[in-house]
Design a protein around this ligand. Structure first.
Ligand code: F6P
Length: 421
């Protein structure tokens, strides 16, 4: 089996550990392993200009010696030490004679991913690909996989990326029929690639995927937020100030809620459970007033970036600040943590989870048949799980639908983990 792994959507700590795990376990299980650079965008672009087959002899004899000597294949040294803008120009030529320019689908060896569990972001690049949302783009993606003989795909990304994976798998028979009809693949390739094995791993700081307790990267992001609040707490208490913190999470309040619990917030706004009081400003001010009366010297309010009131009107940190200043006379500052929450080295759990889930992903691919569903690898009550991707995607969408319908009780009941309800 030839397995390719890609990371897609917003990066999250732990994505490199996914790639490392899939590559290493895949090789140990007798598979050939590949990576797709730049997410689905790389799948659509494939290996284009300057394409040098992976196994072509190296032009430079010194480089050939290095490669034969078991030195890192160096394909990935560009990724690690390059300028970080792999799509831009011809800076991808590596001294070993191989080039990544125009090559988005490349072989990965055991040593290429050494130490990747400790690296932040995603070393193989990610993108939010518009092209892959079109059937034309997916057709190009299918063609590029068939050309390389790849028959299994691991996608690590958030709910949008996994929805894309689900569509790709469902469309696969039509795509390869079209490729055959257009004369782009042979009968033999068509017969060999009748079934695309796909598995999804959830990489997202938002922890917004249903049917799993945790997404890869969420624990690290939570840790970053906690550390930031710890820092803010000391300066806030010194001046007896209030701070309003805006945290990421898109339409999910997990980061905001858990950060509030672990670092001691006075009031938290999340999308799934907006304040019910009308006006909510009274409810917030009363709570904070009470806390001040019992002796608190500082105030922390956390606003999830997707927070809104019961009528779905957005709640903005700047507005909360104005309310605290004007109604309670508090000296208030706003801090937006932004991408500091997303970048940086993964915490221990964001190395363990992707490592275990990567192993399960390879197992699921090896066991996959045309009749088994594509799985999402999750974690439930400390056990690595497999759930049909299509169900997890549908349930995640159901949360968004419940919020849009102002059925907040339902939105909360569909969220994991259940103890938060
Ligand atoms: O989904 C991850 C996430 O970090 C969200 O929390 C946030 O809304 C979004 O991505 C930010 O995206 P970008 O990096 O494209 O601004």
């Amino acid at each position: 089996m030839k397995i390719a792994v890609l990371t897609s959507g917003g990066d999250s700590a732990g994505m490199n550990a996914v790639v490392r795990s899939v590559v290493k376990i895949g090789i140990l299980r007798g598979c050939e392993t590949w990576i797709v650079r730049e997410g689905y965008e790389g799948l659509v672009r494939g290996n284009t200009q300057d394409y040098v087959p992976y196994d072509a002899p190296l032009a430079d004899p010194i480089a050939a010696k290095r490669a034969r000597g078991g030195v890192k294949s160096a394909i990935f040294e560009n990724l690690r030490f390059g300028d970080g803008d792999l799509l831009r120009d011809g800076t991808l030529d590596h001294p070993n004679g191989r080039s990544l320019k125009g090559r988005y689908i490349v072989r990965a060896g055991f040593d290429d991913v050494r130490g990747w569990f400790a690296e932040g972001g995603t070393l193989i690049g990610t993108a939010r690909s518009k092209a892959f949302r079109t059937q034309e783009g997916r057709l190009a993606g299918a063609h590029n996989l068939v050309k390389e003989g790849i028959d299994a795909l691991v996608v690590c990304g958030g709910d949008g990326s996994l929805t894309g994976a689900d569509i790709f798998r469902a469309e696969w028979p039509t795509l390869i029929d079209t490729l055959l009809a257009q004369g782009l693949i042979t009968q033999e390739q068509h017969a060999k690639h009748g079934h695309l094995r796909i598995v999804g791993l959830v990489g997202s700081i938002d922890n917004d995927m249903s049917m799993t307790d945790l997404t890869i990267g969420a624990p690290t992001a939570l840790q970053r937020i906690c550390e930031a609040i710890d820092n803010i707490n000391s300066t806030a208490a010194s001046h007896s100030r209030a701070f309003v913190l805006e945290v990421m999470g898109r339409h999910c309040g997990w980061l905001a809620l858990l950060a509030g619990v672990s670092a001691g917030a006075d009031f938290i706004f999340i999308p799934e459970k907006p304040p019910q009081a009308n006006p909510w400003e009274d409810e917030m001010c009363e709570a904070i007033q009470r806390h001040r009366e019992v002796g608190k010297r500082k105030t922390i309010v956390i606003v999830a970036e997707g927070a809104h009131d019961a009528n779905l009107q957005p709640i903005r940190a700047e507005y909360v600040k104005d309310v605290l200043s004007e109604r309670l006379g508090l000296d208030t500052r706003v801090t937006t943590l932004g991408h500091t929450q997303r970048g940086g080295r993964p915490c221990a759990f964001d190395r363990i989870l992707p490592t275990l889930q990567g192993e399960e992903a390879v197992k699921a691919l090896l066991e996959s048949t045309p009749n088994t569903p594509s799985y999402m690898i999750g974690v439930r009550e400390n056990k690595i799980t497999r759930v049909p991707l299509i169900e997890a995607v549908a349930m995640t969408k159901a949360v968004a639908d419940a919020i849009a319908a102002k059925d907040f009780a339902k939105a909360m009941s569909l969220r994991d983990p259940e103890f938060l309800q």
